[in-house]
Design a protein around this ligand. Structure first.
Ligand SMILES: Cc1ncc(COP(=O)(O)O)c(C=O)c1O
Length: 390
């Protein structure tokens, strides 16, 4: 074995892939393991990319993205939150790349990052790759299956040694969503410790409590932060526009920081592909008519799946406030990876093991409910019930 950095050898492999690999060669499996809808990107977005390619837009763009797209993102952000100028927007080649850029800009070897977990594993792996020390702060599940934050405990865990507080809300996998009061406590505390907040808000539109609260999205740090706060917000086109395969995202960075991010982007990807940026522009132009309909369909998916899971004897599941996932326990799921593999093999049902999101998720299972056909969710729930009845 060539001597790669030991840190890289030590990175855990994806447990979701491990389950998916167990299904290779089987066409009968109903798969809900990955964090994406089975619905194709809408034609108005695809057409914009095709037009761009046919117009010969096959060259590099500015590191920070096309000026038109940065303007459109700033307008879009401003339609949801207090406005930010396009000088604070950096277009990135995906949300995960945006997260990595945020980490590269803020942490180095030995720095402390406090991460709210369980969480999508990439969030904690990225600072680890950079040599940072990641301290995990666990949400706790109640007896109702809902995950909650001990905000006072988190406040104590973040000290003046903490370089970054990493929070994903709405959360993948738990659906937990920070409320405004918790955000205020954390922002105020990070101001006193000098800690940066990296807020992964890629699911902000997929928040089912928005209508009740008279908003269009989940509470965001952008709503309460001042421009000079140490805040970087991570976004993606993947989830709200059905664009997972396109690899397009953006960052909201502090005033004056964009030129530094431009340099980092140069050394990572140089820029997002122009035809993908054109697709993003088309997506934003129709965001107001497209996103609410998508969120409503996702709500129907959630409300199809969750009650059916709850009907199964021994299953513990809360109704997620946001995101694309039902996170639940089932009888026999204590070893979630082994359980998920048996479920594929014996029942033809593919879901993600909770252990993929860290030790705090062990014993739990994640089911992505984003589906064009809610009937698939019903069929999947029937397979789970039959498997557990054996
Ligand atoms: C919490 C979270 N952040 C960021 C991402 C990155 O999304 P993408 O790289 O597709 O833009 C994901 C994808 O699943 C996610 O779940």
């Amino acid at each position: 074995m060539p001597n790669l950095r030991p840190l890289i050898d030590e990175l855990p492999g994806s447990k979701i892939r491990e389950v998916a690999n167990a299904a290779i060669g089987r066409s009968d499996v109903l798969a809900f393991w990955f964090g994406e809808s089975d619905e194709t990107t809408p034609p108005f977005i695809r057409d914009a990319a095709v037009r761009s390619i046919n117009a010969g837009e096959t060259f590099y763009s500015h590191n920070l993205g096309l000026a038109e797209l940065r303007d459109a993102i700033a307008d879009y952000v401003g339609s949801l939150h207090p406005g930010v100028g396009s000088d604070r927007i950096a277009v990135t080649s995906s949300g995960v790349s945006a997260l990595m850029l945020a980490m590269q800009s803020l942490v180095g070897a030995g720095d402390e990052v406090v991460a709210v977990v369980p969480v999508w594993p990439n969030l904690t792996a990225q600072p680890a790759i950079l040599g940072a020390h990641v301290r995990r702060f666990a949400l706790r599940p109640g007896s109702d299956g809902e995950w909650r934050l001990d905000v006072e405990g988190l406040r104590k865990a973040v000290s003046d040694r903490t370089r970054v507080l990493l929070v994903n809300s709405p959360s993948n996998p738990t659906g937990w969503t920070l409320c405004r009061d918790e955000q205020r406590v954390l922002l105020e505390h990070c101001r006193t410790t000098g800690t940066w907040i990296v807020a992964d808000e890629v699911y902000e539109r997929i928040y089912f409590g928005a209508a009740d609260q008279g908003t269009k999205c989940a509470p965001s740090f952008l709503d309460i932060a001042d421009p000079d706060d140490r805040l970087v917000v991570v976004h993606s086109f993947s989830k709200s526009f059905l664009m997972t395969g396109w690899r397009l995202g953006w960052l909201v960075v502090p005033p004056g920081a964009a030129p530094s991010f431009a340099k980092l982007i140069e050394f990572n990807t140089s820029c997002a592909p122009v035809f993908v940026q054109r697709a993003g522009l088309a997506a934003l132009e129709q965001a107001a008519s497209f996103v609410p309909g998508l969120v409503e369909r996702l709500r129907q998916c959630r409300d199809t799946l969750v009650p059916r899971l709850r009907e199964i004897s021994g299953v513990q599941v809360a109704t997620p406030k946001g995101g694309l996932y039902a996170f639940f326990r089932a009888p026999g799921s204590d070893d979630s990876l082994a359980f998920a593999k048996r479920l594929v093999q014996d029942a033809g049902l593919g879901i993600a093991p909770g252990a993929a999101f860290g030790p705090e998720g062990e014993g739990w299972l994640r089911w992505c409910f984003a589906s064009r056909e809610p009937a698939r969710l019903v069929a999947g729930a029937e397979r789970l019930a039959a498997f557990l009845a054996l």
